[in-house]
Design a binder for this molecule. Structure first.
Ligand SMILES: C[C@@]1(CC(=O)O)c2cc3[nH]c(cc4nc(cc5[nH]c(cc(n2)[C@H]1CCC(=O)O)[C@@](C)(CC(=O)O)[C@@H]5CCC(=O)O)C(CC(=O)O)=C4CCC(=O)O)c(CCC(=O)O)c3CC(=O)O
Ligand SMILES: NC(=O)C1=CN([C@@H]2O[C@H](COP(=O)(O)OP(=O)(O)OC[C@H]3O[C@@H](n4cnc5c(N)ncnc54)[C@H](O)[C@@H]3O)[C@@H](O)[C@H]2O)C=CC1
Length: 211
């Protein structure tokens, strides 16, 4: 059955990654921009993970040793990314028993959540999943679709977020607010750029002087 894409607040939450190879690196690289704190425990840790620790000081802790069950305690979620099947299975079993969310890179049946194929532009985030049937296919789809988000959408989205309280104050009905947002979006699309907050404010005033 397909898995549901909740969009979860990760800022300040604790994550444990067991294993320090290429697959662990890919997951860590995607997670860090969401503000999560990551502890990596692994016998060896690859250079690209060490570089990330330098890029995100304060968000990463590296432990060069075998993992212990105690490492898993109090974690919001865990990623079992070792090349040792037995070790990954043990982590999955413990986490499931303790109700800790767990992702296991070598066996979809042992995951309580999957890692998505991600497209991110500032706060706009899309995550694709194949339900574990074909990561290669979902990667292909992600590559095809990521180029289709206009590059100014991230900024437009930020500014729409900034203007939101003023719009709520200015327009009393949902219908008026909807109409206003569609006008801003339509105008931005026409000009292939994000309208400035000032231009958005002007459109609020204009709609009152016109009516
Ligand atoms: C269940 C899941 C668990 C998890 O890891 O979360 C899982 C499991 C496995 N992946 C395997 C292989 C590959 N994975 C990729 C790529 C990605 N895999 C990702 C997610 C997931 N992979 C979860 C399901 C997500 C879903 O489908 O909804 C992505 C989206 C996210 C990420 O990992 O960053 C990322 C694409 C990111 C992007 O670029 O967009 C490639 C392609 C490549 O490397 O080029 C290959 C080789 C081709 C192939 O096998 O398809 C194997 C077999 C290993 C072996 O054979 O030894 C297993 C184990 C198994 O199948 O049980
Ligand atoms: N989910 C996915 O997207 C994909 C998953 N895979 C699977 O992921 C697994 C890992 O792949 P890579 O990162 O390329 O392997 P890798 O060999 O580069 O890394 C494995 C890491 O696990 C560590 N490790 C092993 N036993 C440990 C233990 N008991 N405690 C702590 N650390 C331990 C090693 O030191 C090493 O850093 C593969 O076995 C493969 O089955 C492979 C491709 C894609």
């Amino acid at each position: 059955m397909a898995y549901f894409p909740f969009f979860v607040e990760l800022e300040g939450k604790e994550c444990l990654v067991v294993g320090g190879g290429d697959v662990a690196f890919r997951k860590i690289r995607e997670l860090l921009p969401f503000g999560v704190n990551i502890t990596v425990v692994s016998l060896e840790i690859c250079e690209s993970i060490c570089n990330l620790a330098g890029e995100y000081p304060g968000q990463m802790k590296l432990l060069y040793r075998e993992y212990k069950k105690a490492d898993l305690e109090q974690k919001f979620f865990v990623i079992a990314a070792t090349d040792d099947e037995q070790c990954n299975r043990e982590i999955s079993e413990y986490c499931r028993q303790e109700k800790i969310l767990v992702n296991v890179v070598d066996d979809k049946e042992k995951c309580s959540f999957y890692f998505p194929s991600l497209v991110k532009q500032k706060d706009i985030v899309a995550g694709f999943s194949s339900g574990g049937n074909s990561p290669a296919l979902i990667k292909e789809l992600r590559r095809e679709l990521q180029g289709q988000i206009p590059e100014y959408f991230g900024q437009l989205n930020e500014r729409l977020g900034q203007i939101r309280p003023q719009v709520k104050k200015a327009f009393s009905t949902e219908q008026q607010r909807k109409q206003y947002y569609n006008q801003v979006i339509h105008k931005s699309r026409e000009e292939s750029r994000a309208l400035s907050v000032q231009e958005m404010e002007e459109l609020i005033h204009k709609s009152f002087t016109q009516s």
